[in-house]
Design a protein. Structure first.
Lengths: 443, 263
């Protein structure tokens, strides 16, 4: 490769990575729109979760077919990216297979990349069949109508193109390496168990043209990767990065434990304090915004819930195990996460358009995206939380939105209001007198 | 029934200067619901048989606040919680057992932050510990050889990872324990959780308890074992809907153990 190529390549890299980092910054800012919550305790348990669940894919394999296919694509993705390092160095310095000096080890590496690339192609094909031909219920669910369905396929096509280019690149390289007496700078290096079968494609083609094609494949491959990297932000595919922090910062408590609202604790303590002066003038701090109970919009959710939304891959395992959704109710835990992300993006764009300040748009996550009907259908059974391969909790968002409906708007269904009135009046969800609590003993 | 159940209250215990080994938290369903009261009594019979020193709060007990919390009413929940904690701490309670997974979860996980720190056990865990300590023996009796499937309550299973204690107890009855296609961590909710018990379901094409009852009936059981008064109600309704109440019984694990020994 010439001098000019190297410069062009460097510029491409800078643009690709530059744009990527701009988007990462945007995601970070948006996640920080959420309220604080301490998830830095117990780093040991958190690291273990990340190692087991994100790196080790332990929850993916609970559904073995999808799990194993996913591991292939995931391993392929990570391992083939080692090869990317060589590709980038070759591109920047005009070298050819700069790691070839590793000898046998290099051959093993290249051979395993090739086999993985082939396996990835097979897995991606199976994924495509599952989505488009077998039409698994969770993939044709109405949650995914429109862009999300296309997005999922785009990712698969991307993988096919990238893996094919990688193999074509190797095949043309091998062809040039094999030209008797050597050709240009194509030294013999690497072992090509897969692309050796593609190589015959170039038989009878002039060596100059093959070299040109080789360069073309090389360029398309690296450009493809840069585009893919930048497509992440717009797609459901951010999980390849965010699964790691998401599993690290996930709730460590028992699944049944809902947070106790501290703002409520303070109020209740004051109410129950016999020494509190009911006529005292409340101390008002002008700088403190009066706390809102529950959440009606994304700024009321905590940052981990927002991270959850960006991490969601829309796989729909949650929805496919949700008792409400299974019985035809509107609630879909996956939609809760997708709606949350859509609303974060909307708020983010609003902030971008208004020089860093959010200008109220008369919309909110509650009602405009998620309806009370969906929220009230939840049985809080934790099936969605259990199912999520990356420890997202749709339930925590549902509960926070319910809290707003009940505590800020008194908008619970009537039957629930009756239940709550009963608890207030007689300490049971039904209308029984507390004095009768032990009557069963003598019945 | 003219049976004599020994059910001391904490107040009575205190007046005699005694502290029981464990507090039995009966819960609202266990106190008032006709079906659940039978579970409460069955559990008490076992406690009496095993000579467990226990007490109840009686009229000093109040709703744990679980349905209010799950409905979103954090105020009401915390008021209930703090009132209960005052009573429990007043009696210096250390250990609580309850036959309701909802009370169990709330007392165990949500009370500590509000000042109520106790060792909380589901009745199946407690019975298992009695069994392990040799204080309780379990025989199959009338249930020997029956086909029993166990429905995991969400707030016992997924919420708190208790899957084995109820199964260990059932196996002691010399029965054939069959698993539903969705069980343990994959168990399907009965439809009552998250305050659903107290409201009508949203529009859909099926009731959740029917879906779950179908899971259970697929195993062709003689008995569906439950560990939660609400699941019990939902499954009983499901069985009625399927017109199988003649063939299939819904029983709490405490009832299975008590009835097997004709307690």
């Amino acid at each position: 490769m010439g001098y000019l190529d190297s410069i062009l390549f460097a510029i491409l890299l800078i643009i690709g990575f530059g744009y990527f980092f701009i988007n990462i910054k945007k995601i970070t800012r948006n996640i920080n729109l959420g309220t604080p919550i301490n998830r830095k305790d117990n780093p040991k348990a958190r690291s273990k979760n990340m190692a087991m669940i994100a790196l080790g894919q332990s929850k993916m394999v609970k559904r073995p077919v999808a799990g194993i296919l996913h591991i292939i694509v995931y391993a392929g993705f990570i391992i083939i990216n080692i090869e990317l390092l060589e590709i980038i160095i070759d591109g920047l310095f005009g070298t050819h297979r700069v790691f070839a000096f590793l000898g046998t080890f290099y051959n093993i590496l290249i051979a395993s990349f090739e086999i993985l690339a082939l396996l990835v192609l097979v897995a991606v094909f199976a994924f495509w069949i599952r989505r488009n031909s077998i039409k698994l219920k969770r993939f044709i669910h109405k949650d995914l109508n429109g862009f999300p369905k296309k997005d999922a396929n785009y990712i698969l096509y991307f993988e096919v193109v990238l893996m094919s280019l990688f193999l074509l690149m190797n095949a043309s390289d091998l062809h040039l390496q094999n030209i008797p007496g050597g050709f240009s700078h194509f030294i013999k290096a690497g072992s090509f168990p897969v692309s050796q079968f593609i190589q015959p494609l170039f038989n009878g083609v002039s060596s100059e043209l093959v070299m040109l094609l080789n360069e073309l494949f090389w360029w398309l491959h690296i450009i493809g990767i840069l585009i893919f990297m930048n497509y992440l932000y717009y797609s459901k595919h951010l999980h390849i990065l965010l699964a790691f922090p998401n599993t690290y910062f996930a709730d460590l408590n028992a699944k049944g434990q809902l947070s106790n609202l501290e703002s409520v604790t303070n109020e209740v303590k004051l109410m129950m304090d016999p020494n509190a002066d009911p006529y005292a003038t409340p101390v008002v701090d002008a700088n403190v915004v009066p706390s809102k109970f529950g959440a009606s919009d994304i700024q009321d959710l905590n940052w981990v819930q927002l991270l959850n939304a960006y991490t969601c891959t829309e796989c729909g395992r949650c929805t496919s195990s949700c008792p409400a959704n299974l019985t035809g109710k509107k609630l879909s835990p996956r939609k809760i996460m997708m709606d949350t992300r859509d609303r974060i993006e909307e708020v983010g764009k609003n902030i971008d358009a208004n020089k860093g300040i959010f200008v109220p748009d008369n919309k909110s996550l509650l009602n405009d995206y998620i309806t009370p009907e969906e929220l009230w259908a939840c049985t809080s059974c934790n099936a969605c939380v259990e199912e999520c391969p990356v420890n997202i909790s749709p339930l925590s968002i549902i509960i926070d939105l319910r809290r707003y409906l009940v505590m800020e708007q008194s908008a619970a269904p009537n039957s629930l209001n009756t239940m709550m009135t009963n608890i207030e009046n007689n300490g049971a969800p039904w209308q029984y007198n507390q004095q009768d609590r032990l009557n069963w003993k003598n019945e | 029934m003219s049976e004599v159940l020994i059910v001391p209250t904490m107040a009575e215990m205190l007046s005699q200067g005694k502290q029981p080994e464990v507090l039995f938290w009966v819960g609202c369903a266990g106190s008032f619901d006709d079906r659940a009261k039978k579970i409460t009594k069955a559990f008490v019979r076992i406690l009496n048989r095993a000579n467990v020193s226990f007490a109840v709060l009686g009229t000093e007990e109040s709703c744990s606040g679980d349905p209010a919390k799950r409905a979103g009413n954090e105020f009401l929940f915390q008021m209930q919680a703090m009132t209960n904690i005052e009573v429990l701490n007043g009696y210096e309670i250390k250990k609580i057992v309850t036959a309701c997974p909802h009370c169990f979860n709330t007392l165990k996980n949500e009370y500590p932050e509000l000042g109520g720190k106790y060792e909380v056990l589901h009745h199946t865990e407690f019975l298992k510990s009695l069994l392990d300590d040799g204080r309780l023996t379990i025989e199959g009796g009338q249930f020997k050889g029956k086909r029993i499937t166990f429905h995991d309550p969400c707030y016992l299973g997924r919420a708190n990872n208790v899957y084995e204690a109820p199964r260990d107890l059932i196996k002691k009855l010399d029965v054939e324990l069959v698993e539903m296609k969705r069980s343990r961590a994959n168990g399907l909710c009965c439809g009552a959780g998250g305050a659903q018990m107290f409201k009508d379901a949203e529009p859909g094409n099926k009731e959740i308890n029917i879906e779950r009852t179908e899971d259970a009936l697929e195993t062709k059981p003689d008995i569906i074992a439950a560990g939660c008064p609400f699941c019990n109600t939902m499954m009983t309704d499901g069985i009625k809907n399927k017109e199988k109440e003649g063939q299939v019984k819904i029983m709490d694990i405490a009832e299975l153990i008590a009835n097997a020994q004709d307690l």
